[in-house]
Design a protein around this ligand. Sequence first.
Ligand SMILES: Nc1nc2c(c(=O)[nH]1)N[C@H]1C(S)=C(S)[C@@H](COP(=O)(O)OP(=O)(O)OC[C@H]3O[C@@H](n4cnc5c(N)ncnc54)[C@H](O)[C@@H]3O)O[C@H]1N2
Ligand code: MOO
Length: 392
Amino acid sequence: MISVQQAKQIIQDAALAPKIVKLPLSEAFGFTLAEDIIATVDIPNFAQSSMDGYAFKFADKDKPLSIIGEMAAGVANQLTIDTGQATRIFTGAPLPQGADTVIMQEKVAVENKLLTLQDDNLSFGLNVRPKGAEVKRGELAIAKETYLSAAALGFLAGIGCTHTHVYAAPKLAIILTGNELQEPGKPLEFGHVYEANSVILTAALHKAGINDITILRSDDNPETLTSVLKQALESNDVVLLNGGVSVGDYDYVVGATRACGVEQKFHKIKQKPGKPLFFGTKHDKLVFGLPGNPSSGLTCFYEYVLPALERSMHKQASVVVITATATHNYTKPAGLTHFLKAFYTEGKVTPLHAQESFRLHSFAQANCFIVLPEDSTGCTAGNTVEVHLLPL
Ligand SMILES: Nc1nc2c(c(=O)[nH]1)N[C@H]1C(S)=C(S)[C@@H](COP(=O)(O)OP(=O)(O)OC[C@H]3O[C@@H](n4cnc5c(N)ncnc54)[C@H](O)[C@@H]3O)O[C@H]1N2
Ligand code: MOO
């Protein structure tokens, strides 16, 4: 068995080749930009007022000015002012030709179309957004590797982009194994369990921005599983097998991967839960054999699968590593790294009850793992422990 650190390194070394796809901005939220974006126009495209008020020549600031017209946002025609003249102007409107400064309407007096400026703090160019102040034509507007947040997408829209190249989400198949699995909503027959792993993994994948997911099923039969895995490998970048990865007589995952030409990179990690995790590759495709116990599978997903998917999408890791003070004692034998379902708030972290792998009750209330290293025998209240905050 290998250590948690070795397993993570092996997965990192077998990185998925990133794929690039062109998306409309409306679909690009949460992806990472795969190209430098060069501005094709100056933004703003004209000297623009940032206030509702009056536009004038700064040199005229001490004179009464005659108001010759108005500039509103979206006006079709340009006005020109001469010395001694001003226009009414509104936020977002182009400055009239010849004007260089805008005064807020709260700081003027107007009588008989004559404007008197009453602002002691006037300066040249005040309340004017110069042409190209946001970005100039030909300039790097936003760099490759930028995360496409709402603001970044708005910025791209604001400079006239409609589509952009991003690092694509991998195409992924989930294979559910087990004769005992029953669809929720149907009566439970003797020996059956409700199938939960597809719900768990689909939700966690959607959270990561991965939506191209195929769910396949196989009963506990080596030929069927091999044929389902072969089919999954043909059209997906990543395959997540569920269950059947341990040592029982009906655990056919490892055999099926071998039969499909998957190169085994490791099987079993010194950890709890999730000890039987399998990882292999076929050319540039990744294959994970997740333990069937829902809690074990999800722990492996957050610790191993998600970081690999995020790396391929050039996204920052969404599981965030911090330290915090444990509120309670927890004991464990040395030998395995433990990932405890826990709740973190304000610098303190509490291990939850019901840590058993088959149970999701504590996981359903957890927002993090406490990570107790292989050689530790637990933690004491007041100890600083490593915490992995989960993207929920
Ligand atoms: N002799 C040994 N037995 C086991 C070992 C071991 O080292 N020696 N490891 C144990 C550990 S640790 C784990 S974890 C499990 C992993 O087992 P498998 O990956 O082979 O999973 P299954 O046996 O197929 O299922 C385990 C458990 O999970 C339930 N399950 C499976 N799929 C789903 C699903 N989609 N939704 C809900 N529940 C599911 C399944 O019914 C079982 O109860 O092996 C131990 N055994
Ligand atoms: O390690 Mo298994 O994942 O305990 O149940």
